[in-house]
Design a protein around this ligand. Structure first.
Ligand code: E4P
Length: 223
């Protein structure tokens, strides 16, 4: 499973990149706003800065909702760097834009997927990724992981589908574990979730003991 980081914060992206396990980045307009990035030039520059940190696959989301606007903005974002994946919301215009951009060889990530049929039509339009949102479904008492499992099953039923399932709105360690069990191709998570993957209290306790025993042996050897 590929690991993407879900943030527009450069420091977090650098830290995840330094771990050596990062496969890509997803952003969205809310995450960009959280970093105080606004205005066309600042937005383009920020995506450039992200592309300078990671090897590939930086999702940059369009703001336009009409077809013409989406493709103009999508082409503009794609021109920033070959690492850009154009993120398009799941709407009728979005599906048309995914098809248009995919036909032009531009990679797309169809976002705000909340049903398996939305994922299927995005795949049919040639999306490189579909982003089903787990956490936001859980928030309304609907099992988000069930959606991941359904989409993975459907895509596996049709080997001609090359679209990857990019599990989004991942809120914790269990979500990530279940995504891996379900066979999601990618999970995008906040930095705190990535960092939590290295943690276990028994690891801490075990390491403490190893170091203490080593120090004791050194002391005895020195006597
Ligand atoms: C996906 O690409 C979105 O940016 C993201 O995962 C949304 O997560 P949230 O529901 O925690 O905001």
């Amino acid at each position: 499973m590929k690991f993407f980081i879900d943030t527009a914060n450069l420091e977090e992206i650098r830290k995840a990149q330094d771990l050596g396990i990062l496969d890509g980045v997803t952003t969205n307009p809310s995450l960009m706003a959280k970093e105080g990035i606004s205005g066309d030039e600042a937005v383009l520059q920020h995506y450039k800065d992200i592309c300078d940190v990671v090897a590939d696959k930086v999702s940059a989301e369009v703001i336009a909702t009409d077809f013409e606007g989406m493709i103009t903005e999508g082409e503009r974002l794609a021109a920033i760097d070959p690492k850009i994946v154009v993120k398009i919301p799941m709407t009728e215009n979005g599906v048309k834009a995914v098809k248009y951009l995919s036909d032009k060889g531009i990679r797309t990530n169809c976002t705000l997927i909340f049903s398996a049929t939305q994922a299927l039509i995005a795949a049919k339009a040639g999306a490189t990724y579909v982003s089903p949102f787990i956490g936001r479904l859980d928030d309304i008492a609907t099992e988000g992981m069930g959606l991941i499992r359904d989409i993975v099953t459907i895509f596996n039923n049709y080997p001609a589908i090359e679209t990857e399932v990019l599990a989004a709105s991942v809120r914790g360690n269990m979500h990530l574990l279940d995504c891996a069990k379900a066979g999601a191709h990618v999970a995008t998570c906040p930095y705190k979730v990535i960092a939590s993957l290295t943690k276990h209290p028994l690891t801490d306790r075990g390491l403490e003991q190893f170091l203490a025993d080593h120090a004791k042996a050194q002391e005895l050897a020195a006597v």
